[in-house]
Write a protein that binds this ligand. Structure first.
Ligand code: NDP
Length: 315
């Protein structure tokens, strides 16, 4: 049978390119888990994904009710879950004030980390039930959360500190809206959320890989300077960023190429190792990359996991 893969945020950028790459093989049915149904349908159509290869299902990661509703709807669809890709994200680098999810978590960490945390915890059961030969749970990471890289050293740097803001619920009321308890900074909140994504993948691996055989993985697909991720940035940045990445840092990757990379992590028989953060070299060959000290801190991963469980109502 065809593999069945759920991709969050498949209505644009990396998620859409991955959906297209997988659908084109004829071996996958893609469930596009998106907050804007019409946008997702239009995106699938204009990417030329044929109807029998995809289904759009509603998911708004900025609402835990919506996450639970998605899981119910998915189960009712009767489709198996063979691979889950947590890809959606928001990036709010120019926001002066924090904005919040339905439950009152700062929006970047609330969407990118907490929404996906609840989704992946709930869907672990469904992955477990699948009889697919290579089951995978993939959480998209980023170089920007990794302070052992040049890109990760552009201020403001990711830093989860002692997690006091996360413990306080990121509400901006009685606690800070930032994980480390500091002043709101939209660019930093995004980077922090990506550190949480990479820590979560490793904690999944430690807790569940042996018992379930599921492959847990993260990746940095390259700098896809043209996606909607930068939509909130100032216009000059949006004009200069793609050529800067192409000609100066040479980290630029097209949406199509990035989609092929993530599709490899979904389906390549050679990429079944669990607990790995994949990257690609200049010749587009995959390799196991090193994470920064913070992004590979097992004690921090455990604490982020436990605090997140409380916030999303699992503990
Ligand atoms: P895009 O902005 O193009 O895509 C993000 C997707 O997330 C969109 O489909 C968007 O939906 C969706 N999304 C946002 N908020 C929600 C929500 N509340 N509920 C459901 N879906 C939501 O960005 P990219 O394709 O660049 O980003 C995809 C992933 O790649 C992210 O995890 C990002 O961190 C990562 N990444 C990107 C890099 C880059 O250079 N672009 C580099 C490294 C990692 P909608 O279409 O409705 O807005």
């Amino acid at each position: 049978r065809k593999g069945s893969v759920v991709i969050t945020g498949a209505s644009s950028g990396l998620g859409l390119a991955t959906a297209k790459a997988l659908a084109e093989t004829g071996k996958w049915h893609v469930i596009m888990a998106c907050r804007d149904f019409l946008k997702a349908e239009r995106a699938a159509k204009s990417a030329g994904i044929s109807k029998e290869n995809y289904t759009v299902m509603h998911l708004d990661l900025a609402s835990l009710d919506s996450v639970r509703q998605f899981v119910d709807n998915f189960r009712q669809s009767g489709r198996p879950l063979d691979v889950l890709v947590c890809n959606a994200a928001v990036y709010l680098p120019t926001a002066k004030e924090p904005t919040f999810t339905a439950e009152g978590f700062e929006l970047s960490v609330g969407t990118n980390h907490l929404g996906h945390f609840l989704l992946s915890r709930l869907l672990l059961e469904d992955l477990n039930k699948s009889d697919y030969p290579s089951k995978r749970l993939i959480i998209v990471g980023s170089i920007t959360g990794n302070t052992n890289t040049l890109a990760g050293n552009v201020p403001p740097k990711a830093n989860l500190g002692d997690l006091r803001g996360l413990a306080g619920g990121l509400s901006g009321l009685n606690s800070s809206s930032m994980i480390d308890g500091g002043e709101f900074d939209g660019a930093k909140a995004y980077k922090d959320s990506k550190v949480c994504n990479m820590l979560t993948m490793q904690e999944f691996h430690r807790r569940y890989h042996e018992e379930t055989g599921i492959t847990f993985a993260s990746l940095y697909p390259g700098c896809i300077a043209t996606t909607g991720l930068f939509r909130e940035h100032i216009p000059l940045f949006r004009i200069l960023f793609p050529p800067f990445q192409k000609f100066i840092t040479k980290g630029y990757v097209s949406e199509e190429e990035s989609g092929k990379r993530l599709a490899q992590v979904v389906s390549e028989p050679s990429l079944t190792k669990s607990g790995v953060y994949w990257s690609w070299n200049k010749n587009s060959a995959s390799f196991e990359n090193q994470l920064s000290q913070e992004a590979s801190d097992a004690e921090k991963a455990r604490r982020v996991w436990e605090l997140s469980e409380k916030l999303v109502g699992l503990a």
